[in-house]
Design a protein around this ligand. Structure first.
Ligand code: BGC
Length: 437
């Protein structure tokens, strides 16, 4: 891994776009018509999202803060379940709410990337089988026909689905949903293009897989299988129109071919594949279970070189990094993380990858799908009072944006020494730790 204090000056190409990302369910609060909300209330979740960051009420303040912190761009998602809480009935008040937020962003000159589906959808859509049933594609189309023309004047960039490639397809059901999602994406891509000239893509979950033991044939085999199924099948589908399935026959879907204008990349960590551990038991994102950054994350998962290596696979179209970030309570780790990953991205640019922008995940601490513990934000959120307080990393990032890069001087201004892991983080096994610790 690179040494953060030895980084040379890193400059990004002129016009490089800088911002941060969020998602509706994770920040808005009271998202009562979402299948996520229903799932949380049904139990099995560590915490429910509740009011989240109360962004639905505080969006004006948040929009202003985006500008104050020097961001040029903002990636947000629109909650389908607010706009269409019951099937076929559109809520004009909710629509007006989002239009107001988009107008405010545009008025202050923020470049807006809108994700049309980020993990959450209406409960009724879920009850119909969601992406499991290709017949449901018509529901998504009907919604987009309502939404897209209204928001098009304010959207500079679109994502159809967030991380549709994310699930590791081990069951026939998951395989079907994944193949269907490619079709949902392609249909949404074409529909949006009929209303907007702005670029359209999806967010690819670009986890880097590496064998736990590089000398072990089984670890290597499973690493390749995971990588191929999660990444290459998607790239292949979009480059050729051919959909590969683990269980069914390959299928040619012309609409899928060429259905991105650029690659949208969400990349955080690498994952060391131990083929002897069942997929469900594999330690993945252990750091998300913890309040503090942990040993496994620091020593294994945080791997900027993986970002460069993965980006090198995407030389056929421009690339935007649409999510990259780390969860930690000691904010100094975030500065290390951002500097190192930006350095890795710059390296990819030097190697010929046309990276055009970077969105840090996340603008503010938020609901991490089952818990408020992992804090990814540049801005600290007090989940009792909803007070927002920018962290030092927010000012570091503001200065990175202003300089269009990172300098050794900037790093030493915000980081006097390399943070070290606390004793607990160095030694404790997350599985044995209590969440309240
Ligand atoms: C998702 C976000 C999530 C982030 C951090 C990404 O995969 O798009 O919704 O919060 O990872 O775990």
């Amino acid at each position: 891994m690179y040494d953060v204090f030895s980084l040379p000056e890193i400059k990004f190409p002129d016009g490089f776009l800088w911002g941060a990302a969020t998602a509706g369910h994770q920040i808005e609060g009271d998202n009562v018509h979402s299948q996520c909300w229903a799932g949380e209330l049904a139990g099995g979740f560590r915490e429910t999202s509740g009011k989240a960051c109360n962004h639905y009420e505080m969006y004006r303040d948040d929009v202003a803060l985006i500008r104050e912190l020097g961001h040029q761009a903002y990636r947000m998602s629109i909650e389908w379940c607010r706009i269409e809480p019951t099937e076929g009935c559109f809520d004009e008040k909710a629509m007006e709410h989002y239009l107001d937020e988009l107008r405010l962003l545009k008025q202050q000159g923020t470049y807006v990337l809108v994700t049309l589906h980020h993990g959450s959808h209406p409960q009724w859509f879920d009850e119909r089988g969601a992406f499991q049933r290709i017949e449901n594609l018509g529901c998504f189309e009907r919604y987009l026909e309502y939404l897209a023309p209204k928001i098009a004047p304010y959207v500079d960039n679109w994502h159809t689905l967030n991380e549709p490639n994310g699930a590791w397809p081990i069951s026939r059901e998951m395989d079907t949903a994944r193949t269907n999602k490619i079709k949902f994406h392609a249909r949404a891509y074409r529909l949006v293009k009929s209303y907007s000239d702005a670029p359209v893509s999806y967010s690819h979950c670009f986890m880097q897989y590496m064998p736990k033991r590089h000398y072990n044939a089984y670890d290597n085999l499973i690493t390749n299988v995971k990588d191929f199924l999660q990444h290459e099948t998607w790239f292949h589908a979009i480059r050729t129109g051919e959909l590969l399935s683990l269980y069914g026959n390959a299928e040619s879907v012309p609409e899928v071919k060429g259905s991105v204008d650029y690659w949208g990349v969400n990349a955080y960590t690498r994952h060391m594949v131990d083929a002897r551990i069942a997929p469900g038991d594999a330690p993945r994102f252990k750091h998300k279970e913890l309040k503090m950054i942990a040993k496994d994350f620091y020593l294994e998962e945080m791997y900027p070189e993986g970002m460069t290596a993965n980006l090198e696979r995407l030389t056929d179209k421009p690339v935007y990094i649409t999510e990259n970030g780390c969860a930690c309570d000691d904010d100094r780790f975030r500065i290390v993380y951002i500097a190192l990953y930006l350095s890795a991205i710059r390296e990819a640019i030097d190697l010929g990858v046309d990276v055009r922008g970077y969105f840090y995940w996340s603008f503010m601490d938020n609901y991490e799908w089952s818990s408020f513990l992992p804090r990814f934000g540049l801005v600290h959120v007090d989940f009792e009072t909803f007070e927002r307080t920018p962290k030092p990393s927010a000012y570091f990032y503001r200065d990175v944006i202003a300089q269009n890069g990172v300098t050794p001087e900037l790093i030493s201004r915000y980081l006097s020494e390399l943070p070290t892991l606390s004793r607990r983080d160095r030694g404790a096994s997350p599985a044995k730790m209590k969440v309240s610790e």
